[in-house]
Design a protein around this ligand. Structure first.
Ligand SMILES: Nc1ncnc2c1ncn2[C@@H]1O[C@H](COP(=O)(O)OP(=O)(O)OP(=O)(O)O)[C@@H](O)[C@H]1O
Ligand SMILES: [Mg+2]
Length: 264
C-alpha cells in the first residue's frame, strides 16, 4: 500500500450566484510512496494547487477516495504540513517566535519548544537571525523560516505549493539545493508544485504532469538520476531527455489552449 493513495479523485468548486459547480480535478489516481519526493507540473489552472489542497484536507472531495497511511483524508491533520508561495509568517513575531508558534499550534509537548524551534532554524541556515522579524528578512529567508516551521512539527508528509515561485532564479536554485539537503536527512514524503521544469526534474523521484479542461494527470515520469543530486546533472544527456519529454507535454497543453481560444 502506498502512503498516499488517490483513487478516481474529483474536486469541484461551487461557482458564485448559484451557477452550479466547476470540476477542477477530474478522476485523478496517483500513488505516492513513503519517503518519495514527487513534483507536480502543468499549465496554469490545471488543478495542481487543488490536488495539493485536497491532500492537505483543505478542500472537500466530490468523488473518489484519498487515503494517507490507510486513513481517509477528511480535513487537515498533524501528519501534514503545507508551505505556500507566500511565506505566511506572523509579522509581529520573530523568526524564533514564528517557528515556535507552529509547535504551539500543534500542541507540541515533547521537550523544550524553543530548543526544538532553534534546531530547525539552524537547519535552514538562519541561526543568527532568530531574533529578526519577517520584514527584516529577504524573500528567500522568509521562505526558509516557513520551511523550518513546517518541518519542526515532524509531519509525515510535506506539501509545498510553488514555495520558491516568488524568488529570483538564482535564489531559487540555492533553495532547491537546500531543500534537498534537508530532505536527504530524514526523507519525508514530499509533494512539490512548480512551474519550473528543471526544478521539477532536479528535485523529484517522479514528476506528475497534469493537463487541463478538466484537470487530469497526463503522465507520471520516474526520474532515475542518482542522489544526492548535483548541479552538473542539469547539463547531462539524461536530464536533457527528461526536459524534452516534459516540454513536449506542456507544449501540447498550450496548443490545446490556443484551439480553445480560437473556437470561442
Ligand atoms: N475557490 C475556487 N472557486 C472556484 N474555482 C476555483 C477555485 N480555486 C480554483 N478554481 C479553479 O479551479 C481550476 C484549478 O485551479 P488551481 O488553482 O488548482 O490550478 P493550478 O494548476 O494550481 O494553477 P496555477 O498554476 O495558476 O497556480 C482553475 O480553473 C481555477 O479557476
Ligand atoms: Mg496553483
Amino acid at each position: 500500500m502506498a502512503q498516499i493513495e488517490v483513487r478516481n479523485l474529483s474536486i469541484e468548486y461551487r461557482l458564485p450566484k448559484g451557477e452550479g459547480t466547476f470540476t477542477a480535478v477530474d478522476s485523478v489516481s496517483l500513488d505516492i510512496e513513503a519517503g518519495e519526493f514527487v513534483t507536480i507540473v502543468g499549465s496554469s489552472g490545471c488543478g495542481k494547487s487543488t490536488l495539493l489542497l485536497a491532500i492537505a484536507g483543505l478542500v472537500p472531495i466530490a468523488d473518489g477516495t484519498l487515503t494517507i497511511d490507510g486513513d481517509a483524508v477528511e480535513g487537515p491533520g498533524p501528519n501534514r504540513s503545507v508551505v505556500f508561495q507566500e511565506a505566511s509568517l506572523l509579522p509581529w513575531k520573530t523568526v524564533l517566535g514564528n517557528v515556535r508558534f507552529g509547535l504551539e499550534m500543534r500542541r507540541w509537548r515533547q521537550g523544550d519548544l524553543s530548543k526544538r524551534a532553534m534546531q530547525y532554524i539552524n537547519l535552514v541556515g538562519l541561526g543568527s537571525f532568530a531574533d529578526y522579524h519577517p520584514h527584516q528578512l529577504s524573500g528567500g529567508m522568509r521562505q526558509r523560516v516557513n520551511i523550518a516551521r513546517a518541518l519542526a512539527v515532524d509531519p509525515a508528509v510535506l506539501l509545498m505549493d510553488e514555495p520558491f515561485g516568488a524568488l529570483d532564479a538564482q535564489t531559487r536554485e540555492v533553495m532547491g539545493d537546500e531543500l534537498l539537503r534537508i530532505w536527504e536527512r530524514d526523507r519525508k514524503t514530499a509533494l512539490f508544485v512548480t512551474h519550473d521544469i528543471d526544478e521539477a526534474i532536479f528535485l523529484a523521484d517522479k514528476v506528475v504532469v497534469m493537463g487541463r479542461n478538466p484537470g487530469h494527470i497526463k503522465d507520471v515520469i520516474k526520474v532515475d538520476l542518482p542522489r544526492p543530486r548535483r548541479g552538473e546533472m542539469l547539463d547531462s544527456d539524461a536530464f536533457a531527455e527528461y526536459r524534452r519529454r516534459l516540454r513536449a507535454h506542456l507544449a501540447a497543453d498550450m496548443a490545446t489552449m490556443h484551439l480553445v481560444r480560437e473556437a470561442v
